[in-house]
Ligand binder design. Structure first.
Ligand code: GRF
Length: 197
């Protein structure tokens, strides 16, 4: 049974999906950390009886903030770290220290549309398809090998909100499935590739 730490910054809908899916999965969420006080995701953790911490990032260097994250995760004996709507870029040192057991969900079909304002850019480009990706985190932002992806159609009359909602629907199924695969050692990060067993 793998112990999972989830890093959040906001509503925690992906966290909620990971919590719901753990009942019959080879992982248990042992800690939730938010860099923002009072967010909905912390309430989801409390409602599920999962310990949580707030580690503010303000007035700290990236390295100092990441060192606090690292210490809290190690103290909680965490095996796998999931970024779920965590809106901080992690330092190279942190990404390397947790490489192969640090994953993120991104609301696009990576490697396309890395970064922010994804749905606006997809609509502006007239894309017919979009989607979500769960990937290993490496020092380069949104560049780690993809573990799983799911695509959705982009409708001509889509707004950022309607597309984001459609992508989120698949995120909430995709992330638990990808975490289960990693927790049961069904996928590994080897030489910069996601290798499936
Ligand atoms: C999700 O769409 C995720 O892909 C993106 O940020 C959003 C977070 O939503 N990185 P939530 O915090 O899980 O509700």
């Amino acid at each position: 049974m793998k112990r999972v730490g989830v890093l959040i910054s906001g509503r925690g809908r992906n966290l909620g999906a990971l919590i719901s899916a753990q009942v019959d999965a080879p992982y248990r969420i042992g800690l939730v950390i938010s860099n923002i006080e009072g967010v909905d995701g912390l309430t989801r953790a409390a409602d599920a009886g999962i310990p949580s911490l707030v580690i503010p990032h303000k007035d700290k260097t990236r390295e100092a903030f990441d060192a606090e994250l690292d210490a809290a995760l190690r103290a909680a004996k965490i095996d796998i770290v999931c970024l779920a709507g965590f809106m901080r870029i992690l330092s190279d040192g942190f990404a390397r220290a947790w490489e192969g057991r640090l994953i993120n969900i991104h609301p696009s079909l990576l490697p396309a549309y890395k970064g922010v304002k994804v749905h606006e850019r997809v609509i502006a480009a007239g894309e017919a398809q979009s989607g979500a990706s769960v990937h290993f985190v490496v020092p380069e932002l949104d560049a780690g090998p993809v573990i799983a992806q799911a695509s959705v159609p982009v409708h001509p009359n889509d707004t950022t909100e309607t597309l984001a909602a459609r992508v989120l629907d698949v995120e909430l199924k995709l992330y638990p499935a990808a975490l289960r695969l990693l927790a049961e050692d069904g996928v590994k990060l080897q030489k910069g590739l996601a290798v499936f067993d």
